[in-house]
Design a binder for this molecule. Sequence first.
Ligand code: M6R
Length: 359
Amino acid sequence: SKGTYEFYMLKEIDEQPGVMRKLSQDYLDVNGEPVLDQKIVDAVSEADRLYIYAAGTSYNAGLVGKEFFEKLTGIPTEVGLASEVGYHFPMLSKKPFFIFLTQSGETADSRVVLKEANKRGIPSLTLTNVQGSTLSREADYTILLEAGPEIAVASTKAYTAQLAVQVILAKAVGEKLGVKAAKDFPLKKQLALAAEGMQQIVDGKAKFDELASDYLIKSRNAFYIGRGIDYAVSLEGALKLKEVSYIQTEGFAAAELKHGTISLIEKGTPVIALINDPVTAELTRGNIREVESRGAHVISIVSHDLAQAGDTVVLPKIDYLMSAFLTVVPAQLLAYFASKNKGLDVDKPRNLAKSVTVE
Ligand code: M6R
């Protein structure tokens, strides 16, 4: 039940620290070593390339997952939209392994890809929130997201659970393969930081209520910009905001704006800039100046270590590789409050269903 919450979406945003703790408890031992089904770890370790397929928010989680798998396992990883792959299969490596990300486990577009994979004898794993769901039954292996029922149409805690399960799997596979980056990665500590950081952000939600009212609800359009992992989160932030608030929002690689889209920036256009990557932070600062000089109103969401005077939101401390866990929460809250403050039905945006069982 919603309890005292007006909408499930906010309840589910607030539940994320607890989901992180549960996943850490269930999938890591006291020493921080992953405890996953060994058969799954072995099967993934044998692959020469990973292929992640999904739709919507789950696809956006896969884009972050690619970073985890490549950094921690050294296995090249591709991410694709299930709907684009089902009837036009990519060129595959010699030993492919398919990973399906799906909150519901029922997404028709993803099922088409899995059917084809099964026909070709490609090993597969489904990460899903629903035990016994179709994609779970039809894949060789399943890992559950353990996020608890997600009722709001806009996915929130399933996204961060997908991040967590992917990074746990990546560490397990990387360790099995003897990859130093995986052995050295203090995942248990980082997941604890994710939980604590999320808690701090949701405790300060009033700030996002204000920002949404002051800068978003009157706007027709908005942009998210970022580089690297921040680009992946920009796509998710934009999807969240547009689906529940109906403000047309695009997620952009920060440097790409100047190659055309910057012509849409007008006085007051909201640009939400995400900065967590130390390597490209200064370049994104440059992109902020470009849009500001054309009148944009910039909301900057910046990691603890890269923050400067004047930044709108400073995130709690966490490793860059884990930054999506924290960056996405302000994006979820901005979407929630933009929708609510416009008087919309946050949990049931028009034209949308919770699970999409048609192609
Ligand atoms: O159940 P799935 O994760 O497979 O669903 C995929 C998308 O339909 C889903 O993420 C959708 O985009 C949500 N409305 C996003 O908030």
